[in-house]
Design a protein around this ligand. Structure first.
Ligand SMILES: [Zn+2]
Length: 390
């Protein structure tokens, strides 16, 4: 059989500007475009109204425009209306074709250009599938806080595809305000500056407040709107819409990264530091418990996260509270609990930390226990990523 050129290769080449940081086409999984079950969305034709010019004209027009501006053949895009008063859209099943749905609540409230923006974002998920970019659990959730950070970068990239589709920053921003508030044009303005001034009040110093949010797949609306305004001023975007001038891709990415950091990534990073700090001090305490001594300086492997003698002593004090014959078990239970935290928050950082720490313990009697800890961490990680409860 003659080899058929992948139509997305050309699309990706043209839309390189939509990539953000390590979320780029080079890092996609090798088999990213492998078609999945071709009949998987057939039930949509039975349960949803297809987006067709004769049936849902405004949405169909928006989908046509989005496809044209992104350079995707409309024939391979299957649109559906999801009957739901809430506003939302999804790129549900990806096979050789793209299957996008938009809720009735969104179609009712969006203008055609706003729908074009949202369809552009969704088609971005077809152009740049998440496979290979980050680890997801079988239920589709990011496998860790670290993976959620990468997924949020992917969403920034998707928003850029949306911008290429609608070509207008203000349109994209209003679409976002509508999506976020659930309001229609009658009740919401396009004053994103006033919105940003209020939204930033939600970010305070206490990082523990952001535990749940640190796992979310989407960046804060504040960061997304600002990211769009930066992208709207980029050289590449202006070129795509036939204009000249603008900032470089790298300059824009630096600004976007700053906003992601200020709104969620900073807090997530603190939550990860907490785990590395706990593991480090608990391993040192475990060494004292099993070996009778430990050189605290051996645990000094991270530039910011230092082992602390008083914390190690406090952990030992806690261990002493258990009956003498239960203390070994208590130490293992504590370490297992920390393995779970590390897997959910920062498996990549934890792996790097153990790789730096273990050689420093190689000549101690505690080495065997430390190696077992690292092995358990690896085993639990594999089980967790395959969807098992750990
Ligand atoms: Zn998305």
């Amino acid at each position: 059989m003659p080899r058929v050129a992948n139509p997305l290769t050309k699309v990706r080449k043209r839309l390189e500007a939509c990539c953000f940081a390590e979320v780029n086409f080079k890092n996609l999984a090798k088999d990213k475009d492998r078609p999945s079950d071709p009949d998987k969305h057939r039930n949509f034709y039975r349960s949803r109204v297809p987006i067709q010019r004769e049936i849902v004209p405004a949405a169909d027009e928006a989908l046509d425009i989005a496809c044209e501006r992104l350079g995707i053949d409309r024939e391979i895009v299957h649109g559906f209306v999801e009957s739901d008063p809430k506003m939302g859209a999804t790129c549900s099943y990806i096979r050789g074709n793209a299957v996008v749905s938009m809720t009735s609540g969104a179609i009712e409230r969006f203008t055609i250009p706003e729908m074009t923006y949202v369809f552009g974002h969704e088609l971005g998920h077809y152009i740049m599938p998440d496979a290979g970019l980050c680890n997801l659990l079988p239920n589709g959730d990011p496998a860790s806080m670290e993976d959620a950070i990468t997924y949020r970068k992917l969403e920034i990239s998707m928003d850029r595809f949306g911008m290429v589709a609608c070509q207008d920053y203000k349109v994209a921003a209003v679409a976002f305000l509508k999506l976020h508030s659930g309001l229609g044009a009658q009740h919401i303005t396009d004053d994103v500056v006033s919105y940003a001034k209020e939204a930033i009040k939600g970010y305070v110093q206490d990082h523990t407040e952001y535990f749940q949010e640190a796992f979310t797949t989407h960046p804060s609306l504040y960061a997304r709107i600002r990211a769009l305004s930066h992208f709207a001023e980029s050289e590449e975007f202006l070129k795509l819409i036939g204009k000249k001038g603008g900032k470089s891709h790298a300059e824009v990415d630096v600004e976007v990264a700053k906003d992601l950091h200020a709104t969620l990534d900073y807090y997530a990073s603190k939550l990860m530091d907490d785990v590395i700090y706990d593991v480090n001090n608990h391993l040192a305490a475990a060494q004292v418990h099993f070996e009778g001594r430990c050189e605290v300086s051996r645990y000094d492997v991270h530039p910011q996260i230092k082992p602390e003698e008083n914390v190690i002593k406090a952990i030992l004090g806690e261990i002493q509270k258990a009956p003498a014959d239960k203390r070994d078990e208590d130490v293992h239970t504590r370490l297992d609990g920390l393995i779970r935290h590390a897997i959910q928050r920062c498996p990549y950082r934890m792996t790097a930390h153990l790789e730096a720490l273990l050689p420093k313990l190689a000549d101690t009697k505690f080495n065997e226990n430390a190696q077992k800890f690292a092995l358990r961490f690896k085993e639990y990680l594999i089980r967790y990523r395959s969807g098992e409860q750990i």
